[in-house]
Design a binder for this molecule. Sequence first.
Ligand code: SF4
Length: 384
Amino acid sequence: MPDRAFSLPPALYIHVPFCRRKCHYCDFASVPLEADLVKRYLSALKREAERELASWPAGWEVPSIYIGGGTPTVLEPEDLEEVLAVAALFPRAKGAEWTVEANPGTVNREKLALLVNAGVNRLSLGVQSFDDDLLSFLGRIHTAREAEEAWDMARAAGFYNLNLDLIYAIPGQALSTWRRTLKRALSLRPEHLSAYSLTIEPGTEFGRRAQAGSLTPVAEELDLSMYRAAQELLGEAGLKQYEISNFARSGFECRHNLVYWCNEPYLGLGPAATSYLRGVRRTNRENVGEYVRALAEGEDPAAVREIATSSLAMAETVILGLRLISGITWERFANRFGCDLRDVFAERIRRLTGAGLLEADERGLRLTSRGLPVANRVFQEFLP
Ligand code: SF4
């Protein structure tokens, strides 16, 4: 039976690959802002959208839009407006969620008003920490105070659905400092909060320092204590954990990210953006100049293309679904693939439930509280 998700209209992602400067931990696809490259990027983005819209099935409406980066709000207002106009070319479902990522060092009243007027109804603010020393250690371009000012400005502009991104397990960070950051974040009353443990990636400034021996990652036990502190403080404040690293007030779960976690279709535009359409996953060229050139010459901007076989699609659906605290239901899997998850992965489910990392009931399968912090190890077991 073909994957039933093939017929769903995709969520839309647009990648803005520019930042003021590179943070020390960052391995996202982003380059320093350069006016001429921005103009060429904008024309290429519009071309890519038109290519997609040329074969857009009648009646398809995107359920959500997410403009991320990079730093979308680093763009000048007129350039940001062009990105919003590209997003608006796609028919969108009534009440669709529309998120834009923002860096507190790059927002002002004019840009926020522009977003609200275009129909953006969710802002995700990358705060990362409320400790100025840690912010400067991370290479961020803003202070804690500036993050709070950006937050207040966003509220005043009319955003009632705000996400705040935080990072923990930063080398040198104490558990007490992390708890203070969580409390200060909660005092802003966010609808949604993401808390990610810092990963030291090769090719980043932190990766280089770690290799040279001048940076030591946080010990696993401290990392776990910080994770537990987030679960405790956020839970007490009414932000329910609904994914490994994501917490929300009821009804404010990020609908766009739920599309990823349900392994449903999405269309990614822009350099390095990934799409998952009709069982094919493709990723655009990451180099902005290459991306621009490909589109200018009428070429496909994708650099990598992979067909998700049905066994891969099933494994990915389980792995992504297990990221959700509610897990994956037997029914959803059966409706989508026409077979029973308990039969397809019988041996692995038996082993992992036996080890106390997964739990199964009449509804479905989920990670246990012991399995959550070691989720990546559990996921590996499901790979084909
Ligand atoms: S602002 Fe975000 S995307 Fe840009 S360099 Fe920093 S972490 Fe990376």
